[in-house]
Write a protein that binds this ligand. Sequence first.
Ligand SMILES: Nc1ncnc2c1ncn2[C@@H]1O[C@H](COP(=O)(O)OP(=O)(O)OP(=O)(O)O)[C@@H](O)[C@H]1O
Length: 252
Amino acid sequence: MLEVHDLTVRFGGITALDSVGFEVSGGEMVGLIGPNGAGKTTLFNCLTRRYDAGSGTIAYEGKDLTAVPPHAIAGLGIARTFQNLGLFPRLSVRDNVLVGAHHRGRAGFVSAGLRLPGVRREERSLRADADAVLDRLGLTGVAGHPAIGLPFGTLKRVELARALIGRPRLLLLDEPVNGLNSGEVEEFAGTLGAIREEYELTVVVVEHHMGFVMGICERIVCLDFGRKIAEGSPEEIQRDPAVIEAYLGTAA
Ligand SMILES: Nc1ncnc2c1ncn2[C@@H]1O[C@H](COP(=O)(O)OP(=O)(O)OP(=O)(O)O)[C@@H](O)[C@H]1O
């Protein structure tokens, strides 16, 4: 589904990604780990076209992703969540989720302005979809509540709902359990495991929480200083000397 080859990204003198390559098959859940500044978010930003790759290739379902404009990414079935939440604080939870469905709307500027029947039908159908996703993630009770003031764990689920309403095939999660307590982490892992099947998702997840990532992913890719230093099953990664050295500064 996803093939990344030789991807390099530089910011002035910093090489954020250095010839990184890996593949993800349809239906897989792959973890992307690495110490702070390793290049994980930069990689996500390349996959969603927020950043241009300096060199290298990214193929998604056989298509050259580097030639796709950023606004067309959602329409290709790629959705992401953000490390620091990308929600609109004063919009209701339901409206925040509907933002994730913008690419599914077909109404043009004029027909939307005139509120023609087709536009109203489309809005009803998207609202029904939003309500179904909110229900699935246990958010119905806060659907009308502004995002501001809701607990962090709830907001993380709203982010996930907003990604899901876009009907993605590839879901990119940037630190989804960062800031959650251990009970919430466990609950999120259970939800993600279930919705992955229900929504037929392929998932790439960036996460520092090792218990979460090792427990839920089939395969892990580890970056350090922009380079891929290891790839393998959670068991292989946990005993890989290069990974241990990257995290602890010494091969234990
Ligand atoms: N827009 C940018 N301009 C300049 N440097 C950047 C930019 N984005 C990232 N970097 C640099 O690229 C390197 C990789 O950063 P990145 O945010 O991708 O790491 P990360 O693995 O996601 O880290 P963390 O786990 O802390 O989120 C860092 O040195 C960072 O300072």
